[in-house]
Ligand binder design. Sequence first.
Ligand SMILES: Nc1ncnc2c1ncn2[C@@H]1O[C@H](COP(=O)(O)OP(=O)(O)OP(=O)(O)O)[C@@H](O)[C@H]1O
Length: 240
Amino acid sequence: MTIDASNLSFQYGDKTVLRDVSFSLTPGRFHALLGPNGAGKSTLFGLLTRLLALQAGDILLGGQSLNKQPADAMRRIGVVFQQNALDLDLTVRQNLQYHAALHGLSRHEARQRGDRELERFSLLDRADEPVRQLNGGHRRRVEIARALLHQPSLLLLDEPTVGLDVASRRALNEHVRMLCQQDGLTVLWATHLIEEVREDDRVLILHQGQLLADGAGHAICRTEGTRNLAETFHSLTGAG
Ligand SMILES: Nc1ncnc2c1ncn2[C@@H]1O[C@H](COP(=O)(O)OP(=O)(O)OP(=O)(O)O)[C@@H](O)[C@H]1O
């Protein structure tokens, strides 16, 4: 599914947090939305998921405008928000089943798809444990598995590694890249951590509400005359 955002601007009261942001996502590719804290990443996610109403500009999902309530296109999006949103007292499988029911999947379908995702995340043997017993990295995996149950073609992840240790962060990032390759999933991964981004990723650098760079990481470095993405990020935003 193609995603085209054009001329997005957004204000909270009189505070402008997005300024004329335009980009298109390439189907089947891993995109890193890189920006320091406060850059406007979550606000952009809010617009893409319709938690926030568009104020200026438009977003086309599969060619359909968000302004025209494209319910079908919205169903093709999976989202993992920054805050953990699992019910800690339900088991892993119950969390998945509840979400699947919301998407209209039958119990049988929900079980099949849920187990398939849990297996890919090496979590099938934990399916009947309350989520409370899982560590942070495993909880995040359950959230991603849940976001994939309705088989979206676009997966949005807003700082999914917040609060995880380095090893769990790396494993989660690797896993989502694998999904991209295996399933042809389009991914938009928001982060402020340069180590989660690779030079052959498509990289969008957001700073103070403006998109300062958009392209393959190595191409951005060439344009900016920098040796690597860390240097680019630092020179464009002062962060890193
Ligand atoms: N509900 C709100 N009301 C007023 N200002 C807000 C609100 N939500 C966010 N902001 C402000 O908008 C700016 C962008 O915030 P946003 O959360 O979109 O950035 P971010 O890149 O996701 O950063 P973080 O990772 O820290 O959440 C920040 O200055 C933030 O303080």
